[in-house]
Design a protein around this ligand. Structure first.
Ligand SMILES: Nc1ncnc2c1ncn2[C@@H]1O[C@H](COP(=O)(O)OP(=O)(O)OP(=O)(O)O)[C@@H](O)[C@H]1O
Ligand SMILES: [Mg+2]
Length: 303
């Protein structure tokens, strides 16, 4: 009797099941378990956290989750049902030059090598409206016929995209960047907005800056940018003056949008932030919170 047969017999004896009654014995059992593991490989389960040094494992990738559109509408953000609103119009204006840049660079190897369809939203200081603008921009582009959008929560220290959209925290960017982590496409979540998918920030990592500046990150951004020709990737990013992560992220980005908070961002702050971007030509500014009344409903009555 082989070692395997012996082991199977012992296992059957301890479980009180006769060998004939055990359909998955020996190597067949191992194969079946292997197959089951392969089937389950793509399921995220937070309870598995810690089985691989602080990372989470996958339990249902490409599962579709519902963005709380009603909550976004109440907050005066862009949703399809208020596309004629002031906020809808504003983000239509904001997205146009960004999309033109994407269209004009399509199929062209740019001098910088940075793909125009990868857009970073940042600011000089915290709280200026990066997430607000990144989500509105993503929603606005997702409602375009010709594009699909991947919104990446790259504010890895203080992620807020899931909270803003009413989605649960999931393994995401930081996990994908880990050795042996999930594949990018497995970590992306589809949503009830047909052309909008999300990659969360994932498990916090104290080496986030190093991970974001790694070759792995460069490869990941290239994969995000090139896998689908009509994909626009939007990175909600940390503030430039508060962390080193944004400066590192900027190296991978084809376009950078800097949010400037009306009446709050100082000229000096903004200059410093732009200086950190090293005179890049692909930087645009959004002047945010400029209106006295920011509620879309307030202006929606004009249409
Ligand atoms: N144009 C706007 N109109 C109304 N509210 C806004 C606007 N922009 C931002 N806000 C609100 O201001 C607050 C801060 O915005 P947000 O979270 O987007 O900033 P942030 O720059 O992402 O902050 P952090 O640096 O903490 O990530 C939020 O409550 C957001 O809803
Ligand atoms: Mg934010």
């Amino acid at each position: 009797m082989s070692i395997i047969e012996n082991a199977v017999r012992r296992l059957n004896q301890t479980s009180g099941i006769e060998p004939e009654a055990r359909p998955e014995s020996g190597s067949a059992s191992a194969a079946a378990q292997g197959a089951r593991r392969a089937e389950n490989k793509e399921a995220w389960h937070p309870d598995d956290a810690g089985t691989r040094a602080g990372t989470l494992r996958p339990v249902a990738p490409r599962e579709q989750l519902d963005i709380d559109l009603e909550r976004l509408r109440e907050r005066g953000m862009v949703v399809a049902s208020n596309e004629r609103s002031a906020i809808g119009e504003e983000f239509r204006t904001i997205k146009r030059p960004l999309l033109l840049q994407v269209a004009s660079q399509r199929g062209i190897e740019t001098r910088s090598g940075r793909p125009a369809n990868v857009i970073m939203v940042t600011s000089s200081a915290p709280g200026e409206g990066k997430t607000y603008c990144a989500v509105n921009l993503a929603m606005s582009i997702a409602y375009e016929k010709d594009y699909q959008v991947l919104l990446v929560d790259a504010d890895v220290a203080r992620p807020s995209v899931p909270r803003t959209l009413g989605l649960p925290e999931r393994p995401g960017l930081m996990d994908v960047l880990q050795e042996g982590g999930p594949d990018l496409e497995d970590a992306i979540i589809d949503t009830n907005v047909a052309s909008l998918s999300i990659l969360t920030a994932g498990t916090k990592d104290r080496h986030a800056t190093e991970l974001l500046s790694s070759q792995g990150m460069a490869r990941l951004v290239a994969e995000m940018a090139n896998r689908f020709p009509d994909r626009i990737v939007i990175f909600d990013s940390p503030p430039l003056l508060a962390t080193s992560e944004s400066q590192v992220l900027a190296n991978h980005m084809g376009q950078i949008v800097v949010v400037v908070e009306a009446l709050n961002t100082t000229q000096r702050q903004l200059k410093e932030a732009l200086h950190m971007l090293d005179g890049r030509p692909d930087v645009s500014l959004i002047y945010n919170k400029a209106r006295r009344f920011s509620s879309a409903a307030m202006y929606g009555s004009y249409y």
